[in-house]
Design a protein around this ligand. Structure first.
Ligand SMILES: NC(=O)c1ccc[n+]([C@@H]2O[C@H](COP(=O)([O-])OP(=O)(O)OC[C@H]3O[C@@H](n4cnc5c(N)ncnc54)[C@H](OP(=O)(O)O)[C@@H]3O)[C@@H](O)[C@H]2O)c1
Length: 311
C-alpha cells in the first residue's frame, strides 16, 4: 500500500515507518521541519512537507494514498498548557481524513490512549465506544480525544476501514523521552524514587516496537470500526516501577503522601495516581498480535534509561 503517515518522525512514528517499509509498503511521511524531513528520507520514506493545520495539504496527501496512519499530535502546545488547542487541531485533521477517505473502504488508523477509559478496572476494547454528544455535535462543547476516537470509529458507517489504536501511557524503549524518562528525572532531582500512597496504582505498558507492529497489522487487517489495544503489560504497579528506578539510581524508594504528590511529581502526579489496567485479549484474538519485546520492568532493568542524565 501507499501509506500516508502523520507524526512519522515522532517516537512511535519512527518505529512505525520501518515496520511498514519492511512489510513492503511505500510510506509518505508528513514533516513540518527540515530535520524531520531528513530523518524520514533517511528511513526510506517519501516526504510530504506541511503541518497538521494545513488541511488542503493533508487532503491531497490522503487522496494520493491507499491508507492513512495518523500519529501527529501537538504535544508541544499541549504540554505548554493548551491541551484544548492540540485536541481541536487533531479533530480537524481527523475530520479532513474522514472526508477524503469516505466511500473508499481504505484503512485509516489513529493513535489514542487507554488512560481514563475504565478507572479502577481492566479496560477492554469494548470500553469507550458509546457515542459522546460532543462527538455527534461538533462545536457543541469542548472536544476531547475520546470524542475524536469515537468519530474515527463512526467513519466505518461511511465506508472507511477505520480503527483506533489505543496506547498505554508508557510506550517504552531505548531513547524514550516520555513518562518513564520523566520519572527517572524526578527521582534524580529529588534524591528519592517515589510512589504515591501505597503505590498500588497500575499502569499498562508496551514496547514501541510491539506497538509499531500493531499499527502495521491494523492498517492491513483491522475490520472497519475496530478499537485495538496495544497493551503488553496489563498493569504494572507504580511501586514496582519506583523500585527498579531506585535500584538503578542507587536511591531510596519511598511513599509520597497523596497531599504531597503534586509538589513531588508536578504535572505527572494526577496521571501517576490513576489505576488504569487494560487488556489486549480481544486485539490479540482479532489480529494475532503477540508482543515479543521486553516488558516494562525488564526494559527498565536493561539500564538504558539510566545511562546519562537528561540534558
Ligand atoms: N508515547 C506514548 O507513550 C503515547 C501514549 C499514549 C498515546 N500516544 C499518542 O501516540 C501518538 C504518537 O505519539 P509519540 O509519542 O510518537 O509523539 P511524539 O514523539 O511527540 O511525536 C509527535 C509527532 O507529531 C508531529 N507533530 C507535532 N506537531 C505537529 C504539527 N503541528 N504538524 C505536523 N506534525 C506535527 C511531530 O513532528 P516533529 O518530529 O517535527 O516534532 C512528531 O512526528 C500521539 O497521538 C500521542 O498522543 C503516545
Amino acid at each position: 500500500m501507499r501509506v500516508f503517515v502523520t507524526g512519522a518522525s515522532g517516537w512511535i512514528g519512527s518505529a512505525v515507518v520501518p515496520e511498514l517499509i519492511d512489510a513492503g509498503h511505500q510510506v509518505t511521511g508528513l514533516a513540518r521541519s527540515g530535520a524531520s524531513a531528513a530523518a524520514l528520507a533517511a528511513a526510506g520514506a517519501r516526504v510530504h512537507r506541511g503541518t497538521i493545520d494545513d488541511l488542503d495539504s493533508l487532503r491531497a496527501a490522503a487522496a494520493a494514498s491507499d491508507g492513512v496512519i495518523h500519529l501527529a499530535f501537538k504535544h508541544d502546545i499541549a504540554f505548554a498548557g493548551d491541551f484544548q488547542g492540540a485536541t481541536d487541531a487533531d479533530r480537524r485533521a481527523v475530520e479532513t481524513f474522514g472526508d477524503v477517505l469516505a466511500g473508499s473502504g481504505r484503512p485509516f488508523v489513529i493513535a489514542s490512549g487507554v488512560l481514563g477509559l475504565a478507572p479502577g478496572r481492566v479496560a477492554t476494547e469494548r470500553d469507550g465506544r458509546s457515542p459522546d454528544p460532543a462527538a455527534a455535535h461538533p462545536g457543541g462543547g469542548p472536544q476531547t480525544r475520546l470524542a475524536t476516537a469515537q468519530l474515527t470509529l463512526s467513519l466505518a458507517s461511511r465506508d472507511v476501514r477505520s480503527s483506533v489504536l489505543r496506547l498505554p501511557p508508557t510506550v517504552h524503549g531505548e531513547g524514550d523521552h516520555g513518562f518513564m524518562a520523566a520519572l527517572v528525572g524526578i527521582a534524580r532531582d529529588k534524591g528519592v524514587s517515589g510512589y504515591i500512597g501505597d503505590g498500588a496504582s497500575r499502569w499498562p505498558a508496551v514496547h514501541r516496537f510491539d506497538a509499531a507492529h500493531l499499527f502495521c497489522l491494523a492498517l492491513e487487517q483491522a475490520p472497519a470500526g475496530s478499537a485495538l489495544h496495544a497493551i503488553a503489560d496489563e498493569g504494572v504497579p507504580i511501586r514496582a516501577i519506583a523500585e527498579v528506578i531506585g535500584r538503578h539510581l542507587d536511591l531510596p524508594v519511598a511513599a509520597v503522601a497523596p497531599k504531597d504528590a503534586a509538589g513531588h511529581f508536578g504535572w505527572l502526579a494526577p496521571l501517576l495516581a490513576l489505576d488504569a489496567p487494560a487488556s489486549s485479549a480481544l486485539t490479540r484474538e482479532l489480529l494475532g498480535w503477540q508482543p515479543v519485546q521486553p516488558g516494562l520492568i525488564d526494559d527498565l532493568d536493561k539500564g538504558h534509561y539510566f545511562h546519562s542524565p537528561p540534558a
